[in-house]
Design a protein around this ligand. Structure first.
Ligand SMILES: [Zn+2]
Length: 173
């Protein structure tokens, strides 16, 4: 990893933490469901089981979070985390994307890898600005800041199940 990349990741991490702190201040709660409600974000569930080459636990687009219940259940079972906690963490992650959408960070990042462009074409409602990789870093930092410290282990387990470095398996977009 080059120093420049490390700096970008650190900035993305700090950005995610800032957004989480602002969200808690604004809505007076750390609970993802309450934040979604207060922020006017629609939360829907979908039974889509994913593709053999692509697992998605959740998506965010245009004010709506979609939680892929079957894939969340599979991921939760694989890493021995309760389904309700996994659902909460995925929702928190998608709420990070919501905050980036309504309060766009200026990051000067626009390049995307081929895989990311492919996913952008597949998934609607994406913006330029923060690159997808860095937005994922920021979103993870957002969740780590938002949820209680006691869930850190579960969050790490879920992240290990869906490593950010493997574009074919992601815990969310
Ligand atoms: Zn994401």
């Amino acid at each position: 990893m080059t120093p420049r990349t490390a700096t970008r990741r650190e900035r993305a991490d700090a950005l995610g933490r800032e957004h989480a702190a602002r969200t808690v201040d604004r809505y007076g709660t750390r609970e993802p469901r309450r934040i979604a409600q207060a922020a006017g974000v629609t939360v829907r569930t979908d039974e889509w089981g994913g593709l053999s080459s692509l697992a998605l636990l959740g998506t965010y687009a245009d004010g709506t979070v979609t939680l892929y219940t079957r894939q969340i259940a599979a991921a939760a079972a694989a890493v021995d985390v309760s389904e309700s906690l996994a659902t909460e963490l995925v929702l928190a992650h998608e709420l990070a994307h919501h905050t980036f959408a309504v309060d766009p960070p200026t990051f000067g990042e626009t390049e995307q890898s081929g895989c990311r462009r492919w996913l952008s074409a597949l998934l609607p409602g994406r913006r330029d600005g923060l690159s997808r990789d860095l937005e994922e870093v920021a979103a993870h930092a957002f969740v780590a800041t938002l949820v209680p410290e006691s869930t850190g282990e579960a969050l790490d387990a879920l992240r290990t199940y869906c490593p950010q470095t493997d574009p074919s398996i992601r815990y969310s977009e």
